[in-house]
Design a protein. Structure first.
Length: 573
């Protein structure tokens, strides 16, 4: 032990210092801990490791490296795990109702573990979609010194001389159903699409939120880039453990880092990469944990003024490994900082500002993955916010890679994803229609399902650009096409999307940010008077509890009041 920390203001003093803590120390001795280890800061090392999917399978290994970093820098790591629901497995069936709910369960379970055991700091490792924001939300809520680390992306598969991801498999299901892909080709594709551990390789939700972790300052620079199998991930994990001990010494906490400017930086990176629309849920939810107002419309304003510069799937050509090989997220942020699109004065977990972290990064000119801001793929972001009489609380669409940004057509209404997917499978829809999937919002689902199975099937049938789709649910980060999600208010609370009838003319304009239905206010009011709320099949259990407390997608679909209602912060107890 080379450094002695003053525990008089650390949470672990309640379970490790003085005569009153003798029973607690007895438990520690039972686990083989020494007096020196008990006297050191206790650091929770939490991962979302499980055997549900490749996204999380490498996290147990990385957690050991993080623990070593803590241990070799005068801290005592205490490892624990929490749940995940992996969207790739949950997609296309009732299991997807668990996905967004899991974000809250992850944040809540980490909060309870840290509170119950009085840990002084957190190193958090996460792999799949909702686990990234869930872990970061717990860090903001508890406000103990924290370092986040992404578990890394999967390596791309190879099929017919092309790089492929799981998105290609989802779309292949539609192609197979339409008779455009053989049984043999579908089987070969499914066998090669996911060749390693790691999260989905495109700029889907996991990689989007991994980029956010660096842009917002909670992760070490460069840590989001290396694919999961690479040994450099273990080095980043080790240094995450080292750095969290420095943060304890400096008393630099998440809320010192998560400022309004930091959230603007995060939204900028989402837009510049054509990232997942799910970020428009997760950034407001994370902001609520620190008491900052940053809703869907604030996110959309950043999107509107940010150039789209990273040519990443699903709208582009490349995967996460390709961006890592040209320098990773720091190269992207350097381009944005030099172009005047990021705040360089935001403090980060390194103890330095964003500008200081990026000072020695050089933008490589011999590559086509990330473009300079003066020569973007498009002048505005790859994600667009929408608003209008069909979505008074807003909606969101990913436009990265799209050529047509306006669509007008008659509504074809479905009251569940299953109904819509069946119509797509049976090809009973018509080109030019706007497919409406409703009662899939946070309360109405409950759980705000993603619709990748339906959108991918449409692309597989070759009509991805010939129909539009709107929902009060969500879309996967792998979704492409004119697909509008997060429409609010949702149908379950009587929002306009729940008042639509087949044939109502809907206009979507991603250039102007408008989403409207050709109905008068009087007609909408008359329909609302006739509308009746619906029961769901979830009348007990976790998903029922979620539906009772969840708020609007506009503010992040959160389930508690956030920091604005706090009378205490755990770190100061």
């Amino acid at each position: 032990m080379t450094k002695k920390f003053d525990k008089s203001h650390l949470p672990s003093r309640h379970v490790s210092v003085g005569a009153k803590s003798a029973p607690h120390r007895a438990f520690y001795y039972a686990m083989g801990m020494t007096e020196e280890e008990i006297a050191q800061p206790l650091v929770g090392v939490v991962s979302t490791w499980n055997e549900a999917a490749p996204c999380n399978i490498a996290l147990a290994r990385q957690a050991q490296a993080a623990k070593r970093g803590v241990r070799e820098h005068d801290g005592t790591p205490r490892e624990f795990t929490t749940i995940t629901v992996t969207d790739g497995i949950a997609m296309g069936h009732e299991g997807m109702k668990s996905s967004l709910v899991s974000r809250e369960v992850i944040a809540d379970s980490i909060e309870l573990t840290v509170r119950g055991h009085c840990y002084d700091a957190i190193v958090g490792l996460a792999g799949c979609d909702k686990s990234l924001p869930g872990v970061m939300m717990s860090m903001a809520r508890l406000n103990v010194p924290s370092v986040f680390m992404y578990g890394g992306s999967i390596l791309p598969g190879r099929f017919k001389e092309k790089d492929v991801t799981v998105q290609d498999v989802f779309e292949a299901v539609g192609a197979h159903q339409a008779g455009n892909m053989s049984d043999e080709d579908l089987h070969e594709l499914e066998c090669v699409a996911c060749p390693s551990a790691g999260s989905c390789g495109g700029q889907f939700t996991a990689n989007t939120m991994a980029c956010v972790s660096e842009a917002i300052g909670l992760a070490l620079p460069g840590s989001a880039g290396a694919p999961a199998p690479y040994e450099t991930r273990d080095e980043y994990a080790y240094h995450s453990g080292r750095v969290v001990m420095e943060l304890i010494e400096k008393n630099l906490r998440p809320r010192d880092i998560l400022t309004r400017k930091a959230f603007e930086n995060a939204a900028t990176v989402v837009a510049a990469t054509g990232g997942s629309t799910n970020a428009a849920l997760h950034l407001p939810a994370l902001a609520a944990e620190v008491g900052i107002d940053f809703d869907l419309h604030d996110v959309a304003e950043i999107f509107k003024r940010t150039p789209y510069i990273a040519d990443l799937k699903p709208g582009g050509k490349f995967v996460a490994r390709d961006m890592y090989e040209i320098g990773g997220v720091p190269v992207l942020m350097k381009a944005l900082l030099d172009g005047g699109f990021m705040h360089g004065d935001c403090i980060t977990v390194t103890g330095k500002t964003m500008a200081e972290n990026l000072a020695d990064v050089e933008f490589p000119t011999d590559q086509k993955v990330v473009y300079p801001t003066d020569n973007p793929l498009s002048p505005t972001g790859g994600v667009v916010g929408l608003r209008g009489n069909l979505a008074p609380e807003g909606a969101i669409v990913k436009v990265a890679g799209m050529k047509v940004l306006e669509f007008t057509g008659p509504a074809r209404c479905f009251d569940s994803e299953e109904e819509a997917f069946q119509a797509v499978q049976d090809r009973t829809y018509k080109e030019g229609e706007v497919l409406v999937i409703r009662y899939e919002g946070p309360k109405g689902g409950p759980g705000m399902r993603e619709m990748l199975a339906t959108t991918a099937a449409l692309y597989g049938q070759g009509v991805g650009d010939k129909v539009a789709l709107i929902t009060d649910g969500r879309f996967s980060g792998a979704t492409r096409g004119f697909c509008i999600g997060h429409v609010g208010p949702e149908a379950a609370v009587g929002g306009p999307i729940g008042l639509l009838k087949d044939g109502d003319m809907i206009t979507i304009n991603a250039n102007t940010g408008d989403i409207s239905v050709d109905l008068s206010d009087a007609e909408l009011t008359a329909r609302k008077a006739e509308w009746k709320p619906r029961e769901t099949n979830y009348n007990s259990g976790t998903i029922w509890k979620y539906a009772q407390t969840v708020g609007s997608a506009e503010t992040g679909a959160t389930t508690h009041p956030g920091a604005k209602k706090e009378t205490h912060v755990f770190a100061d107890l």
